[in-house]
Write a protein that binds this ligand. Structure first.
Ligand code: OFO
Length: 170
């Protein structure tokens, strides 16, 4: 594999692990602010990001390169409200989409068509994750305008967490 592609994938490995830790920190915040359903959903999201990281690690190693374990940024730990948490989820997913696009571009420049093919899975995943983050935020904005709305929103997040936990992992 070309060095530039290896470097770019290692950078994405770090980014996926940082995403996992950010969602983990958000889950902890929800857990301690009366939103157990949102916490359950975000704990699962944290696990999924870790799985995205591991998938990249295996890919690099299988192709004869070497995935590296890197120093990570400390994630944010406090938010002003549940709305801020889920707004940050959306903003973060949009940032990850940009990172995946940039990674794809490196592969195209380096003519690494196998890796660009491998990245299709991540691109599809980003489409789904951004769409889900938008839907969740819309629901939360609606819920926050009615009395008891946040309680019901949190219950809905609990059932989304159950569905996600039951889904086969990719
Ligand atoms: Fe939600 O992002 Fe990983 O890839």
């Amino acid at each position: 594999m070309k060095e530039k592609v290896i470097e770019a994938i290692n950078a994405q490995i770090k980014a996926e692990e940082e995403s996992s830790r950010l969602y983990f920190a958000m889950a902890n915040w929800c857990d301690t602010h009366g939103f157990p359903g949102s916490a359950a959903y975000l704990y699962i999201h944290a696990d999924e990001e870790r799985m995205h990281m591991i998938k990249l690690v295996h890919y690099l190693n299988e192709r004869g390169a070497h995935a590296t374990t890197q120093e990570l940024e400390k994630p944010q730990n406090n938010w002003d409200s549940l709305q801020n948490v889920f707004q940050d989820v959306l903003t973060h997913e949009q940032k990850v989409t940009e990172l995946i696009n940039n990674l794809y571009e490196v592969c195209m420049i380096e003519k690494d068509y196998l890796t660009s093919n491998f990245l299709q899975w991540y691109m599809q995943e980003q489409v789904e994750e951004e769409a889900t983050a938008h839907t969740v935020l819309d629901k939360l904005n609606l819920a926050s305008s009615s009395q008891g709305g946040l309680f019901h929103f949190d219950k809905e997040m609990e059932s989304m967490a159950k569905t996600a936990a039951a889904a086969p992992s990719a």
